[in-house]
Design a binder for this molecule. Structure first.
Ligand code: NAD
Length: 250
């Protein structure tokens, strides 16, 4: 495989897309310092995935909250968007990228400047009251507590992202499916394709005739089934090359 040729081909597909949609997973944020869940250095090699079971959060928040706080608040807060996030923000700004479906909860796409973001698994920057339903922006004061409590009624607050055992928010799931079906080019970045039901979204794009470009450091379940053009490498590095090539054409 000639990576140079694939970069050129990807730039052609992206530049001529009528309706480009991107789909991102934990891999896009690895170069920002956030590890993925799976793999050798993944979060699950150090932590028990059970801490993200919704039933466990409700039954023993004193046990699960400190780990969640450590993982998603202390750690995420220092992360900054990398060239892959900035590339997607650029594509939206110039009108090519019509929407961005992310499985990530780290808010880095929004920080990079993307506005048309579909948050498939929610966003860690918000907490929701399990009693009154109010949505609160995360503050140091709230997360410092042994468990986060609602200022209105003292009830437990839950991070506004999808725990294991929780359904995908209807609006996000529907919008993601609609956008996948509408796309003519679909850019998949940094996802194993093993998390259901998110993993079905690229399949919908493919079944609707979209061309699939995939960026990953290694092949995934999509690579030999859905992917039309595989760009092997770190998301930030590959996207920097794509951006340079796109700019050189203008
Ligand atoms: P995953 O952990 O299952 O897989 C990560 C994928 O990224 C792998 O295919 C890996 O090969 C690839 N990858 C690793 N480094 C990369 C790099 N530098 N460039 C390109 N690709 C790279 O992640 P997932 O499939 O997205 O699913 C896990 C779920 O966990 C997600 O749905 C998400 O909700 C959640 N999660 C989110 C974050 C975050 O918000 N940053 C971090 C960890 C997990």
């Amino acid at each position: 495989m000639n990576p140079g040729k694939n970069i050129l081909e990807a730039v052609q597909l992206i530049s001529h897309a009528k309706y480009l949609v991107a789909f991102t997973g934990a891999g896009i944020s690895v170069e920002s310092g956030i590890p993925p869940f799976r793999g050798e250095d993944g979060i699950w090699s150090r932590y028990d995935p059970g801490i993200l079971e919704i039933s466990r959060y409700f039954s023993s928040p004193e046990e699960t909250w400190p780990v969640i706080n450590d993982l998603f608040y202390q750690f995420f807060s220092s992360a900054k968007p990398n060239p892959a996030h900035h590339f997607l923000a650029y594509l939206e700004k110039i009108g090519i990228l019509k929407s961005l479906i992310t499985q990530n909860i780290d808010n880095l796409h929004q920080e990079a400047g993307n506005k048309k973001v579909i948050e498939y698994h929610g966003n860690s920057n918000w907490l929701v009251c399990t009693k009154c339903g109010e949505r609160l922006k995360v503050t140091d004061e709230i997360i410092r507590n042994s468990v986060p409590k609602c200022k209105n009624d003292g009830a437990l607050l839950k991070p506004d992202f999808v725990f294991f055992g929780e359904p995908i928010p209807d609006r996000a799931a529907t919008k993601a499916n609609v956008e996948a079906i509408r796309s003519d080019v679909f850019l998949v970045i940094g996802t194993t394709g093993e998390v259901m039901p998110a993993s079905m979204v690229p399949k919908m794009a493919k079944n609707s005739g979209s061309r699939i470009i995939e960026i990953n450091i290694e092949e995934t379940v999509y690579s030999n089934s859905l992917t039309d053009l595989f760009l092997k490498g770190k998301a930030g590095e590959v996207c920097r090359e794509l951006l340079e090539e796109m700019k050189s054409l203008n």
